[in-house]
Design a protein around this ligand. Structure first.
Ligand code: CA
Length: 224
């Protein structure tokens, strides 16, 4: 899962980024409306956290433009207490949710979870496939009694594989979601990380394998 934070208070943006990274999300930060819009238009994000009062272009204009361009990424607006009107305008512009500053970490994470595919309570959000489970809180891959810690990129790739079990995920999709943006030089990294994941699956004695569909991508196979 990849999240964009558009917030000009650098301290707040960095703090939010750190919280989300701890939950194994990939995070990009833009500190003004224009660069936020530019990033958001790539369409690679699973959720956008968008402040309203921003330099260069305000959050409501960013949001309006995104929806005009058919970018349907869920957006959480950040509003100050005094901006009640903006809240209503924001929802009219196509925001999915809003948070009034100051807000708690738990509140933010709950909203993000609600808008991305990680739905439900902590107990039932851990993705499962065949004999493996991904522990989102701990960043671990579990098989029976065995578990292994995954690096952030490994974690995200495994999350994508499990959430789309049975479907092939292309290298391009991995690069866009895990590394961000289209960059040919990154394609070899996908292979490297897939090989790390294969080693870890073997360490766990899991029956799950990551199959290569040559020229297309990768998918999980738990039918060994
Ligand atoms: Ca602001």
């Amino acid at each position: 899962m990849r999240i964009l934070i558009v917030e000009d208070e650098c301290g707040l943006a960095d703090a939010l980024g750190a919280i989300l990274k701890k939950e194994n999300y990939s995070v990009d930060i833009s500190n003004d409306g224009e660069s936020g819009l530019e990033n958001a238009l790539t369409g690679v994000y699973d959720c956008i956290i968008l402040d309203i009062m921003l330099p260069k272009m305000n959050g409501l204009d960013v949001l309006t433009y995104l929806r005009v361009k058919n970018i349907e990424t869920p957006v959480i607006l950040l509003t100050a207490k005094s901006e009640t009107d903006d809240k209503i305008k924001g929802l009219d512009c196509g925001a999915d949710d809003y948070l009034t500053k100051p807000f708690s970490t738990g509140e933010l994470l709950a909203r993000v979870r609600a808008l991305t595919r990680r739905k439900g309570t902590t107990a039932d959000i851990n993705p499962k496939y065949a004999d493996i489970t991904l522990d989102i809180k701990r960043g671990e891959l579990i098989c029976g009694e065995n578990s292994v810690i995954l690096g952030r990129k490994e974690f995200q790739m495994m999350e994508m594989l499990i959430s789309n079990a049975g479907q092939i995920i292309t290298k391009e999709t991995f690069v866009k979601k895990v590394w961000g943006y289209d960059d040919d030089s990154e394609y070899n990294n996908v292979e490297v990380y897939i090989s790390f994941l294969r080693k870890k699956l073997q360490m766990l004695h899991s029956r799950v394998q990551i199959k290569t569909r040559r020229g297309i991508g990768y998918c999980l196979d738990g039918a060994k």
